[in-house]
Design a protein around this ligand. Structure first.
Ligand SMILES: [Zn+2]
Ligand SMILES: [Zn+2]
Length: 470
């Protein structure tokens, strides 16, 4: 733990000034200046970092602190059961991107985002909730890839035609490829969904060699996925990118030459600490549901799960529909048949949205393309039954009939009236009205699906017992 070289009090790294600040004597220091520890001549950890570890007894997540701040709640599940472990030390990362954005700035941009979403429940931006934003250094694997090779590819070009023969010139196209990709990064935490980490990309060129003085005032999490896990992904991304590069070269097109394949290899894998402000909010009605808000501590980009408050939704919908209704009344007469056809169209659109949303919910629950989670499942020997359940979640799209039945009834009723063609207009109005009510009811299902789509179950990692294990 870093102490003030002047007075020995605790210091904190401040993103606003990029300096290490001592509250007690008011001094500021460059983090690099402080590399040599003031006391006992021992070095401030260069190969090991030391911190107090707090383990969540509910979800198993671990948080490290580097000052005397006690961790009273878990950032990943919101539980208040954090158990303090004694001082731990672990391998220091190679790189660090120091926090650039202050916590206050991030809370401000988060609140702005919530305000823009008119249906979001108000508690999402209440003071007690946003105060739980925590700056955490997340472990990332940083990959450098390279490929150096001379390669030859065959090309050909039309020359001329003579009688029944077309003449082509053949070319051997030489390329000296010397290509590198630097700083491709992937998170190394199974409880940090890849979906989030991919939506807050970091500029790893701004990473600096690790220095423990960037830590105090913040938290850190330790990796639970080995650094090699994402090597193949990095290689794939680089290879696809290079192939695209060649494809767009006029030269290769002119000679209709197949593009060289570029089998990169991972030259270097480094462990990095990347800055993230993290918040988990428990649903106020359903205690088992979590919403996450994640902010990139380098760029300030916000990703947040924003559920829809159904009461707010209904009030705003009614407020909007009243003026629309009067506007329609003013329009030159709309025929009753047109109204019925309109409700049929609306029902079909709703069915389509229900189907798409339902599929997305299943995909998300299965965490299909999350390699860190895959690794976790393998490592913890999750039972085959559980694994195949995950596969089944995707293969067999469960269609919940209850979600569609109202809409199907609406369509049938409307079609019935169109086919029977009653003389009295009243039937048309009655059926349209009934259909509209049914569609409104199915909006409730849509809102529920949306909320399911943006929520997460309470994480169950590393925890002994429970349903993840035998
Ligand atoms: Zn001081
Ligand atoms: Zn927890």
């Amino acid at each position: 733990m870093s102490k003030c070289p002047h007075c020995g009090a605790e210091v904190q790294f401040q993103p606003g000034t990029q300096l290490v600040h001592c509250e007690y004597c008011g001094s500021d220091f460059q983090p690099e200046e402080m590399q040599e520890a003031p006391k006992k001549g021992k070095k401030v950890a260069t190969e090991q970092i030391k911190g107090n570890a707090y383990v969540c007894s509910q979800c198993g997540a671990t948080l490290l602190t580097f000052d005397e701040t006690a961790v009273t709640f878990c950032s990943y599940c919101g539980s208040q059961n954090m158990l303090e472990e004694k001082m731990v030390s672990q391998d220091a990362p190679d790189l660090i991107i120091p926090f650039q954005k202050t916590r206050d700035d991030c809370i401000k941009s988060y609140k702005k985002k919530v305000s823009h979403s008119i249906f979001a429940p108000s508690y999402m931006k209440s003071q007690p909730v946003v105060q739980k934003f925590r700056g955490i250094y997340m472990p990332y694997g940083v990959y450098n890839l390279s490929y150096k090779e001379d390669c030859v590819n065959q090309g050909s070009k039309y020359n001329h035609r003579s009688g029944n023969y077309i003449y082509y010139d053949k070319y051997a196209i030489h390329a000296n490829i010397d290509s590198t990709y630097k700083g491709m990064s992937f998170d190394l935490l199974s409880n940090f969904y890849d979906e989030y980490s991919q939506s807050i990309p970091f500029d790893s060129r701004l990473a600096v060699p690790f220095n423990a003085n960037y830590l105090p005032g913040f938290y850190a999490d330790s990796k639970d996925v080995p650094i090699g896990t994402y090597s193949d992904d990095a290689i794939k991304i680089a290879s696809v990118d290079s192939t695209n590069y060649f494809k767009h070269k006029a030269f290769y097109r002119k000679y209709s030459c197949s593009c060289p394949t570029v089998p990169y290899h991972v030259e270097e894998k480094k462990l990095g600490f990347f800055p993230v402000y993290f918040l988990s909010v428990r649903d106020q009605k359903d205690d088992k549901k979590l919403y996450y808000a994640i902010i990139n501590g380098q760029t300030g980009k916000v990703v947040a799960d924003l559920p829809i408050d159904f009461i707010k939704y209904i009030i705003i919908s009614i407020l909007l529909s009243v003026p629309i209704f009067f506007l329609l009344m003013k329009l030159p007469t709309i025929t009753p048949t047109a109204i019925v056809w309109f409700t049929i169209l609306a029902s079909i659109v709703c069915i389509f949205i229900c189907f798409k949303q339902g599929g997305k919910v299943q995909e998300r629950e299965a965490r299909w393309d999350d390699k860190g989670y895959d690794y976790y499942l393998r490592q913890n020997q999750v039972t085959d039954a559980k694994k195949s359940r995950r596969v089944n979640l995707l293969r067999k799209k469960k269609i919940k009939l209850s979600q569609y039945i109202k809409l199907l009834i609406a369509i049938l009723l409307s079609l019935g009236v169109v086919i029977l063609h009653p003389v009295d207009d009243l039937y048309y109005y009655l059926i349209s009205f009934a259909s509209c009510i049914l569609i409104l009811f199915s909006f409730y299902d849509l809102v529920k699906l949306h909320n399911q789509l943006v929520s997460r179950p309470i994480p169950q990692l590393h925890k002994r017992g429970g349903d993840e294990h035998e």
